[in-house]
Design a protein. Structure first.
Length: 183
């Protein structure tokens, strides 16, 4: 009887080890679809299909990434100014960047939209004790803009993505929003 009990324990341990290994492999596969973008004390994820072949420009607590189809601007919590040529592509001003840390809701993210001739496709908000995150997805003729924000300690990390229409999925938005951080 004692031997059977020991055999069942071994089988249970091997089974749990197998489940653990499978979970690690699945987690690695999911993360391999995204590339971390790190600048200053901030970081966020972008799908690798977006980052392939893109040109990256780093500034003082901001990052600008572009190619033929995508424009991405990451604005860190301590960003004082962004190059005017970059802001022009997003139809924003230095005042918009100065006010970035005062944004507290998804609807306030509308101030950063490139163009307001279109429709809001989706918005979302996550409230946790130590941080808040929110986003707005906006679609116009042939393109869409997704603005994600991570707020902690009265500061914001903002990610603006301009992409072809219907290119960024809800699953990607949730993954990107959940992986925004700054120190």
């Amino acid at each position: 009887m004692e031997q059977k009990k020991c055999d069942y324990q071994k089988i249970f341990i091997y089974f749990m080890l197998f489940v653990f290994v499978i979970a690690i492999v699945i987690g690695t596969i999911d993360n391999s679809k995204y590339e971390p973008i790190i600048f200053g004390d901030s970081s966020f994820l972008l799908p690798k299909r977006i980052t392939e072949g893109m040109n990256r420009s780093d500034g003082e607590d901001y990052v600008f990434i572009q190619n033929d189809d995508y424009l991405v601007l990451g604005i860190g919590p301590d960003c004082a100014d962004v190059d005017d040529d970059i802001l022009e592509q997003f139809n924003n001003s230095s005042e918009d960047i100065d006010n970035a840390n005062s944004i507290r809701t998804g609807m306030e993210l509308m101030k950063l939209l490139r163009d307001t001739d279109g429709v809001i496709v989706d918005t979302g908000r996550t409230d946790k004790p130590s941080y808040h995150s929110f986003f707005v997805q906006f679609r116009s003729d042939g393109w869409e803009e997704v603005i994600l924000a991570y707020r902690a300690d009265d500061k914001n990390l903002i990610e603006i993505i301009i992409a072809p229409e219907n290119d960024i999925s809800d699953k990607e938005i949730i993954k990107m929003l959940g992986c925004m951080r700054f120190d």
